[in-house]
Design a protein around this ligand. Structure first.
Ligand code: ZN
Ligand code: ZN
Ligand code: FE
Length: 787
């Protein structure tokens, strides 16, 4: 605010009078995701409403507004830039400075210059906005029932963008020249479709087609009739591959056991829960409990799959999420989905169109070939997908939205860091739930979900994704950070990046760094990482770690006591092996005289071999994994001996737990040359004794969760005393367990700790790449990897 120093301060009434008549000019720089999101039309309308004159233009750093008018109106204007931005804009900063008057007569939008916009941000894809949905179902609108309706507030972005600056010729809409009607809207600054790159209508835009997988079946249906035909097929129990924003979904009637079972059989997916799409919020409420925060998530522009507690007697087939008390539910997020859901009139399964373990199919030819024996038909269109992007998955924990899988609707929006990267960096992520992260300035561009790097397709998807983002954001990494594990495909990808230094970052260090980067914390933290598995600095499989993380470095202060794990990493799918390992560690050879019903019934014939491996130490790497400890207890309770997907047993243990149980198990902490060791054996003995006493699984599982909480609280108390640090970062996949996270956070906060847990970035391996990139930045700034 500039007030003339030539005058002494006038009285209040005089000030108002004086200020309303004072003209000013200010140059306002707005940074953030402000391009391709209708920001300039918003500025135009706001300026018009406040009777301001001047010009708005995109520049390399964001949007620049040169504005002239009454000082008060400009103050108002600056305030409303940040309080009322369009739905897809995110404002990082607004800086204003005064300038000499230019006597502008109008307010106008300057055309984009070509060159220097490469550092601007590509926006994530956004669910169809309310205005577009209203037009979609309005018979008088020229886009009534047109399945590709969109505007500046919604529609595809990342998934159609080849290159920057983001405009139509650089998107997959380039092949659809605009008709006169669309062009008029596109060029009218007052229109909701001003410079909306993907706009189209039925005269000029993409078209639909339904075609059948079986040769000789009836002819393909083109145009809007395809939706009705697809809905009929789905109601008849058929499976369709449906082209969405970032790839293909496999869809079927979620209320039909037969249809869902057939989809599972064809997709070779036995038990992992399948996501659902329902028509609207009311339909979601008919199936699940939905609180305010969850409703807001469902309706957010990202429209993620939200994990919601099932209601008793819901209409969904049991096969959708067997043994699970939650359902993963999303609302329609494209016009095609809205039309289809309205016609289908029931919840649909909408799961990634892939075969198990392969990345989601997004190229038409790939989808047609790899899904030909899964789908009965294909609902296609001719707008190509440039970048694959799976649905994001979120849930609400303790009232906060928490990311489980960060992908469509969130990628490639950067995580903004407290400290800028001194050079460009890349983190190539882990082996499971892979993402990558490119860093530049204050921005960490965390990618969409790539998937488990189990095969060549996923490996290529990672390489292609990195190349694409490097081009989009003009990043040439000088340091490439990767996991310590030499055999991960993500490590291989790092080795192939030319002209960059490489940096191996220990898995759990990267987890803590991810949490710290997300929260913008620069002070030292005690990182608690409860995880499945990651290679440790001593060659053991780590996963129950208490790390002091300070600057670029870490020090392992404490960990769960090692147990020898028969078969090593492969035991992740065999909770019974983790159970035997933990029994062995707790009881030694006295294990023979134990009766553990869950184990005896299931693995009597395989036990002797595993016992021999343990006795002789053959192929039994040591592990401190908290994930395997949860597996072990799930197996001991007879909940699950063999897992069909990652973390299934641990999930079932959480669901089995009686949250009202207050009992717990003792904690044993001892000091050794390599730091403090907290022994899992006390928990295992507690579980075995309770089983022998005839207590139920719900009670024991509840007591076990309390035991793990007590373990964390005890260790943290000890480490605080030694380090003086009371800021705690919780991360690692085990903290996806909401019961555990809630208990641990409550207890630590009661003890006076400041507790950070991951929200915008997954605490599972999907967040690793951010941590790697962050550590690389700190190392580039001169930091050391050892504290
Ligand atoms: Zn819209
Ligand atoms: Zn048109
Ligand atoms: Fe991990």
């Amino acid at each position: 605010m500039s007030e003339s120093k030539l005058f002494s301060p006038p009285g209040q009434a005089a000030l108002c009078h004086w200020r309303t008549h004072m003209l000013e000019r200010r140059l306002i720089a707005v940074q953030g995701t402000v391009q391709g999101v209708g920001f300039r039309p918003f500025v135009y309308h706001l300026a018009a409403a406040l009777e301001l004159r001047g010009v708005v233009r995109n520049d390399s750093a964001g949007v620049l507004v040169d504005v002239e008018g009454e000082a008060e109106a400009i103050d108002d204007f600056v305030r409303r830039l940040t309080t009322e931005p369009p739905p897809l804009a995110t404002i990082d900063s607004v800086a204003a400075e005064s300038a000499g008057l230019r006597s502008y007569r109008t307010f106008r939008i300057a055309p984009s210059g070509g060159g220097p916009e490469c550092t601007t941000l590509v926006s994530p894809d956004a669910a169809t906005c309310d205005s577009c949905v209203a037009e979609l179902f309005d018979p008088t609108n020229r886009r009534h029932r047109y399945p590709f309706i969109t505007c500046t507030h919604c529609g595809p972005r990342l998934t159609i963008t080849h290159a920057v600056p983001y405009d139509r010729p650089r998107t997959t809409m380039a092949r659809f020249p605009m008709c006169d009607g669309c062009r008029r809207e596109y060029e009218d600054p007052a229109d909701r479709r001003f410079h909306a790159q993907p706009i189209a209508c039925r005269q000029c835009g993409p078209t639909l087609r339904l075609q059948w997988a079986a040769a000789g079946r009836s002819a393909a249906v083109t145009g809007e009739g395809a939706i009705g035909a697809a809905a009929t097929a789905l109601r008849d129990g058929e499976i369709l591959a449906i082209k969405g924003l970032g790839g293909y979904h496999l869809a079927c009637d979620a209320t039909s056991s037969a249809a869902v079972s057939r989809l599972r059989a064809r997709k070779h997916r036995e038990a992992k829960p399948l996501a659902l799409m329902v028509a609207n919020l009311e339909a979601a409420r008919a199936l699940c409990e939905v609180n305010e925060a969850e409703a807001a998530l469902l309706r957010s522009p990202a429209a993620p799959v939200v994990l919601l507690a099932k209601r008793p007697g819901d209409a969904v087939a049991r096969e959708v999420a067997p043994g699970n008390r939650d359902l993963g539910v999303m609302l329609p997020y494209t016009p095609l989905h809205h039309l289809l859901m309205a016609e289908a009139g029931r919840p649909l399964v909408m799961t990634s169109g892939n075969r198990t373990d392969e990345p989601i199919a997004f190229a038409d030819e790939d989808a047609m070939s790899c899904l030909a024996d899964v789908a009965d038909g294909f609902l296609l269109h001719d707008r190509p997908i440039s970048t694959r992007c799976d649905d994001s998955v979120m849930r609400v924990v303790r009232g906060s939205a928490v990311m489980v899988r960060r992908s469509r609707g969130h990628a490639p929006r950067p995580i903004r860091l407290a400290v800028p990267f001194p050079v460009h960096v890349l983190g190539t992520g882990g082996h499971l739930k892979n993402t990558f992260c490119l860093g530049k300035g204050r921005h960490a561009f965390l990618s969409h979900h790539i998937g488990d790097l189990e095969n060549l397709d996923a490996f290529r998807a990672l390489q292609e994704g990195i190349t694409h983002y490097q081009r989009l954001f003009d990043i040439r990494p000088e340091i490439v950070a990767h996991d310590l594990h030499p055999d991960y495909l993500s490590t291989r990808v790092a080795e192939e990046v030319a002209g960059a230094d490489r940096l191996a970052v220990q898995h759990h260090h990267a987890h803590v760094a991810s949490c710290v980067a997300e929260h913008g914390v620069t002070e030292p933290v005690l990182g608690i990482v409860f995880d499945g598995a990651g290679l440790g600095a001593d060659g053991a499989i780590w996963g129950g770690e208490f790390l002091l993380v300070e600057g670029a470095g870490y020090q392992r202060l404490a960990h769960l006591g090692y147990v020898p794990l028969p078969g090593g990493d492969a035991a992740a799918r065999q909770p019974w092996k983790a159970a035997v390992a933990h029994l062995w560690a707790a009881y030694g050879s006295a294990i023979d005289s134990l009766t553990v019903p869950g184990l005896d019934a299931l693995e009597r014939d395989r036990l002797p071999i595993v016992r021999q491996m343990l006795a002789r130490g053959i192929n039994c790497p040591l592990t401190s994994s908290a994930g395997r400890l949860f597996d072990a207890v799930a197996a001991l309770l007879g909940l699950r001996a063999e897992a069909q997907f990652e973390a299934q047993a641990a999930m079932e243990l959480e669901m089995a737990a009686d949250p009202t149980t207050t009992r717990s198990y003792p904690v044993e902490l001892r000091e050794t040359a390599e730091g403090w060791i907290v022994e899992p054996a006390t928990l295992i003995r507690g579980v075995v004794e309770d089983l022998a006493a005839g207590l139920g699984a719900a009670d024991i599982a509840g007591a076990f969760h309390n035991g793990v909480r007590d373990m964390v609280v005890t260790v943290v108390a000890r480490l605080r005393r030694h380090s003086g640090i009371s800021r705690v970062a919780l991360t690692g996949g085990v903290f996806q367990n909401a019961l555990l996270t809630g208990r641990v956070v409550d207890s630590l906060e009661r003890e006076g700790c400041q507790v950070l847990f991951q929200q915008r970035v997954p605490c599972n391996d999907g967040g690793l790449s951010l941590g790697q990139a962050y550590v690389a930045g700190l190392v580039a700034a001169g930091g050391q990897l050892c504290v």
